[in-house]
Every structure is written in C-alpha cells, then in structure tokens.
Design a protein around this ligand. Sequence first.
Ligand SMILES: [Zn+2]
Length: 391
Amino acid sequence: MQTGDQELVKKINKSIVLQTIQASSPISRAQISKDSGLNKATVSGLVNELMEEQFVQEIGTGLSSGGRKPVMLYFNKKAGYAIGIDLGVNYILAVLTDLQGEVIEKIEEPLENTSLDVVLPMLKNVVQSLMDRKPFSAYGVVGIGIGVPGITDKNGRILFAPNLNWEQVNLKQELEENFQLPVVIENEAKAGAHGENIHGAGKSSRNFVYISMGIGIGTGIIINNQLYKGANGIAGEMGHFTIDANGKKCRCGNKGCWELYSSESALLEQAKSLPSLQEREISLDMLIQEAENGNTEVIPLFHRIGEYAGIGLTNVINTFNPEQIIIGNRLSKLQNWLINPIHHVLEQRLLPYYYQDLSITFSQFGIESCALGSAAFSVEAFFAENKVTVS
Ligand SMILES: [Zn+2]
C-alpha cells in the first residue's frame, strides 16, 4: 500500500470510530471494535488521538460480564460550538449550539426591511453577539450555517430569493471574510428538513417531506434518511407548483402557485379584508390571539389556509408517498386550526393507499428547525474537514 492510501484508510477508520462514539456513547473500546469491525489496537490508537483532540472523553466504568470493568468513552459535544441562522423574510432567528445540536444561546429579531444593506449588518451583529456569548472550548465556533428563503447553488451563492428580492448574492463570501470562519448557505426548507431529520420529528422516519410554511412555502425532501438536493441543488421548490391554473400571478413568473394560497403572506393578505380587523395592525401573533378569543372571521380564515395546505399536500404525497409530512416554520403555530382541515382534504382527495400509513405532524421545534439544521450543516462540514486533515 502506498503512504497516501494508508493515510486515507486511517482517516476513514478514525471517522468510523468517532461516528460510533457519537452514535452510541457511552461505549467501551471493545464495543467499538466489535461494532466497527476494526481491531482493538487500531481502535485504541485512534481513540487516543481523538482524546488528545478533545473530541472524546473517558468516564467512570461500564457494566461488564465479569473481569475488569471497561472504561467508557463519550463524545465531547462541548469541544466546540456552531452558529445556525434562519434568515426568514420577516425575522432573523439565530442559535448557538454545541456539537450535538443542543441550543446554548438564541437570538430572534424582527426584519422590517429585506434590502441587503440592512440585512447584512444585522446578520453580522447577530453572529458577533453569539460569538461573544460562546463558552470556552477547544475549538470555539467551528462554523456558521444560514438557511435562506430562496435557491442556492452548490457553492453557497444565493441565486434567487423572490421574497427577499435578492438575486445573485454571495453572502457566504461576505461572512467568511468578515469572521474568518467557514460558512454554509442552504435553502431554509432543506435546512429545516435536515434539522428535523437529525434532531426532531423526523428522527424515526426514513422518508419524509418537511413543509416550511412561512412567508412563502418551501419543502425539504428526505429520501432514505438523506436530504435530496436534485441535480443543481434546487429540488423542493414545491411552493411554486400550480394549484390554480388561472390563479394569481407569482413573483416566480408562474400563476396560481401553492404559496399564494397557504402561506403567512396569503394569511396576512386575506386578513386585511376581514371587517372585524379594519384599522388594526395585523400580524400572525395578533391573528392567533383573535382566534383564541373566538373571532368568527379569523377561525374560518385559518381553516381555509389549512384546506389549501391540504390541496398542496395531496400533490406532495402523490409524488413521494412519504411516511411522514412535517409542517414547520411560522404557520406551525396554527397547528390546532390547520390539522383538521388538512386531514379532511387529504381524506377527500387522496387514494386510501397513500393515506393509511401516513402521519402528518408539526415541527417539534416550532420555528427553530431551520436554524438547528443550519448549525448541523456547519458541524458536519467541520468534522468532514477535520477527519480528512488529521496527521
Ligand atoms: Zn411562484
């Protein structure tokens, strides 16, 4: 074997050892050897390196079937931190997480103007505040992940974000230069799907579609536990499939797009014409308050949004036959009003073969799925980088 090959094998083995510890800690060296098929001496050497690098620590002793009790190893999730940001159209939500996705700090700010000149300094401020609050650790902040409401290319350039009115924006480069940290940019619904897949409601499904119902609608598709990105990384723009051939004109160029009927924008727009809300400042939280107080105009409006959600979902379900649909982002706050109209429409419009084993759930994180998924992308990029650059 050539030296280069040996190094590569070692990197791969080290990555296997670390992944085994991440997935199954506390775990003994002997068990890692058993689970991974690597011999004990190899495992022991790689564990020592991982301990020196502070990714792995030893704790107490584990159970043994007799003889000397093995020392247990666990993944040191506090060896570093990641920043995950959901750049919504009307808010910025940012989290600082440890290497296993636990939220340590959180900042949420309303976004009243989406011009880049306003958003960029805000993003920098938010990142800086989280950096200032990070606990001491071996690696500090390992990267920044940002979920954006638009399509991005493989290099993290934002190609088109209709609801922000952005085209061809290189946020990644801008922030990398500013903070000297790696930045991952991904579509917000893909980030949300990833967050749900590894930490949330999607943990137990291998095939699900995450529906981000915010100012627009985006979707993230998980097939066999992997995020499906499509040939150019832009799969999942289902908010722009047509549900009314002669419907309203959309900023994407199409007519009658799903998101024009079942998003926060659609909701706020329709709420303006309700007689009981005339001359009042309309917001999502205000509408929820009205519905809770029994407003007989707002409740049917919520139901209508739910019916249109169901109409779009029939297309998603007919296409993917998922085990689960997870609804996230801001309209997940309307769960109690949306769920029955959605089920009603699906029962009416779907073949029972699709419907019988399908579960419709709402995000466990409320609106945090995207920020968590974005932080997770950064952590993964950090490990991918580290595991192939070890000595
Ligand atoms: Zn559209």
